[in-house]
Design a binder for this molecule. Structure first.
Ligand code: ATR
Length: 288
């Protein structure tokens, strides 16, 4: 008697660039841990041809993909059905191909849940009642704002270089903030109030070689200062945080936690993250 072949479902991280992505390694670890038969690859999408690349991938029988910079807004437009959190964010980082053609694509956004889980479960800091400052109003911040609100901080301020963009994000989340009893407001980087318990950096200022775009007074003593990036890109922010008495944290935990959420969306199984995060942490630390 011959054993029935195990069906392997393909997934990928779709973006440009993707060569640096740690997602294949994270999802391979989740698959091994949960006994799921998946193969996870990198899908480099031409900047002007994201939709066609995803269509071809779905048509090949793949199960879904993660979506990264700069395609999260395009992925939102492509999904036929959206989770409430993806609709609120206006951005999608996880597509599930319930059908090979677009009419059956489900879009979710797991970035915010990943960030909140990293802060609350991994860093051990409950957000309820805290004062939180989120820097940036691009795709990264849009993806996490709804989940930060749902964690019910007392106050959440969104600060951005272009103040209009912060204001627009605040307006699109105003009803959600009211529902959760959160005082949500926007401000310019130079006008940030002082003394936040938690600072989250969602800007790409360090990639542009600029320093941290706010004054250190935004940090309450012992504040948690988290950069959504990791590796060398996060280093200047983490050094600044330490220098000013804050606890620095990079985006590696968020990366693993958002991946775990995406894995559950695809496979219906929630993987354990602690061992995967510490292995990745050891690798990244050894490189820097
Ligand atoms: P992502 O999808 O990674 O969030 P993005 O949508 O291009 O990328 O957004 C980048 C964010 O970093 C924006 O909030 C941007 O500010 P603007 O909206 O004013 O462009 C912010 N940013 C980039 N470089 C910056 C810098 N040197 N100082 C302050 N903010 C910066």
């Amino acid at each position: 008697m011959t054993a029935k072949p195990v069906e392997v479902t393909r997934y990928a991280v779709a973006g440009n660039p993707v060569a640096h992505s740690r997602s294949p390694q994270i999802h391979a670890a989740f698959a091994a841990q949960t006994g799921q038969s998946i193969h996870y690859e990198r899908l480099l999408c031409p900047l002007d041809d994201f939709a066609a690349t995803i269509r071809a991938f779905a048509a090949s029988g793949a199960g879904g993909c993660n979506v990264t910079v700069p395609f999260k807004f395009e992925a939102h437009a492509l999904a036929a059905r959206l989770s409430p959190r993806a609709r609120l964010a206006g951005a999608v980082n996880t597509l599930r191909f319930d059908d090979t053609t677009e009419g059956g694509w489900y879009g979710d956004n797991t970035d915010g849940a990943g960030l909140v889980r990293d802060i609350e479960a991994n860093a051990g800091l409950p957000l309820a009642g805290k004062r939180v400052l989120l820097l940036g109003a691009g795709g990264a911040s849009a993806g996490v704002l709804g989940s930060l609100i749902a964690a019910r901080p007392a106050q959440l301020v969104l600060a951005n270089r272009t103040a209009d963009k912060a204001q627009a994000l605040v307006e699109s989340h105003a009803a959600w903030a009211r529902e959760h009893g959160v005082a949500l407001s926007a401000c310019a980087l130079a006008d940030c109030p002082a003394g936040f318990d938690v600072l989250v950096n969602g800007t790409s200022a360090s990639l542009a070689g600029s320093g941290v775009p706010v004054a250190p007074a935004v940090l309450a003593p012992g504040a948690l200062a988290l950069d959504m990036m990791y590796g060398p890109a996060a280093a200047p922010f983490l050094a600044w945080a330490r220098e000013h008495g804050a606890v620095g944290r990079d985006g590696l935990g968020m990366l693993v936690e958002q991946a775990a959420e995406a894995f559950a969306v695809w496979r219906g199984v929630a993987p354990q993250t602690a061992a995967v995060l510490s292995a990745l942490r050891a690798e990244v630390d050894a490189k820097s």
